[in-house]
Design a protein around this ligand. Structure first.
Ligand code: SF4
Ligand code: ZN
Length: 275
C-alpha cells in the first residue's frame, strides 16, 4: 500500500478515481489498497468499475467475485455489460472481426474506461497493470521491431486532457510484480478469480512472458531496468507529440489521421462483416 500511496503523492493525484476491477489479483489488490488510502485521505474518492465482457462462465464468475468484494469493503460498484451496451460480447467481436481476442478486448476496455469515467465526472481511471505486464509488452515490442509501442510507452501516469474528453490514467502498481500483488491478496484475504480467461490460451504475450523466468533468475531487477531504460531513452528522443483529435463517430480522442478511433473502426468492421 505504501508504494501505491507514493505514486499517488508523486503525481499529486486527488479527486474521484474510477478503479477498473476485473476480479484478478492485481486489480483486486489495487481496489483494496486504494480503498484503504481513501479512508485516510479525504481528498481521494474511489468507485469500483467492472466490465462484464461476456466471456462465457468466466465473466459471470468474475462479476460475482468483484460484486461480493466491493460489497464487503463498502465500495460503490458500477457494472458495465458489454452485450447490453454495445450489442456484442468479446468472443463475438473477435470472431466477426477475425482479430485476436486480447487485441479487441484491449481496444474496447480502453474506450469504455475513458467514456464511463468522462461521462460520470471522474478525474482518473486506475488500472492494475504490473511490472510483469508492462515489461512483457515492451520486450515483445523490442523483439518484433514494434517501434510505435516503444515510442508510445506509457509510464505510471498519463495526465487528463479534459478538453479532448480524455480522463487521466494511473497505473499505481506499475513497478510492483505479480508476485507482490499475489502476496498482498493472500495477506489481506482478498477473494480473486483464480482461473485464467479462456481466451488467453495461445495469446502471444504469454509466450513472451515466459522468457522472463530465466532472465529474472539471473537478475531480479531486470524487468524494472528494462522499463526504466525504455522510458529514459524515450524521454531523450525527439518525437512529435501525437496530435489528438476527436473521433468523428464517437467524439472521444484518437491519434488516427483518418479521425476515426480504434474502437469505432473495430465496430465498423464488426457491423460490416455482420454476425
Ligand atoms: Fe480480455 Fe485477453 Fe484479458 Fe481475456 S485474457 S480478459 S480476452 S485481454
Ligand atoms: Zn470513435
Amino acid at each position: 500500500m505504501g508504494r501505491i500511496k507514493k505514486i499517488l503523492d508523486k503525481h499529486r493525484i486527488r479527486g474521484e478515481i474510477l478503479v477498473a476491477v476485473s476480479g484478478g489479483k492485481d486489480s483486486m489488490a489495487l481496489l483494496h489498497a486504494l480503498n484503504e488510502i481513501s479512508k485516510v485521505e479525504d481528498s481521494i474518492g474511489i468507485t469500483a468499475f467492472h466490465i462484464n465482457l461476456g466471456i462465457y462462465d468466466y465473466s459471470q464468475k468474475s462479476e460475482d467475485v468483484v460484486k461480493k468484494f466491493a460489497k464487503e469493503i463498502g465500495v460503490v460498484l458500477i457494472t458495465y455489460y458489454l452485450k447490453k451496451e454495445i450489442g456484442h460480447t468479446i468472443p463475438e467481436i473477435a470472431r466477426t472481426s477475425r482479430r485476436p481476442p486480447c487485441a479487441v478486448c484491449g481496444i474496447i476496455k480502453r474506450w469504455v474506461f475513458n467514456k464511463v469515467a468522462y461521462e460520470n465526472g471522474f478525474d482518473y481511471v486506475a488500472t492494475g497493470h504490473n511490472i510483469d505486464d508492462v515489461s512483457t509488452i515492451l520486450l515483445k515490442a523490442l523483439l518484433t521491431q514494434d517501434i510505435y509501442t516503444i515510442i508510445r510507452a506509457q509510464s505510471e501516469f498519463s495526465p487528463p486532457k479534459i478538453d479532448m474528453k480524455l480522463v487521466g490514467r494511473i497505473r499505481p502498481q506499475f513497478y510492483l510484480s505479480e508476485m507482490e500483488n499475489r502476496l498482498y491478496v493472500e495477506l489481506n484475504n482478498i477473494p480473486v478469480i483464480e482461473e485464467a480467461c479462456p481466451l488467453s490460451i495461445g495469446a502471444t504475450t504469454h509466450k513472451y512472458r515466459s522468457i522472463w523466468d530465466s532472465i529474472l533468475r539471473m537478475n531480479p531487477a531486470s524487468q524494472i531496468n528494462l522499463v526504466r531504460s525504455i522510458l529514459k531513452l524515450r524521454s531523450q528522443m525527439i518525437v512529435d507529440e501525437p496530435q489528438l483529435v476527436q473521433c468523428k463517430k464517437c467524439g472521444y480522442p484518437t491519434e488516427s489521421k483518418a479521425g476515426i478511433c480504434a474502437f469505432c473502426r473495430l465496430m465498423e468492421r464488426v457491423h460490416r462483416t455482420g454476425e
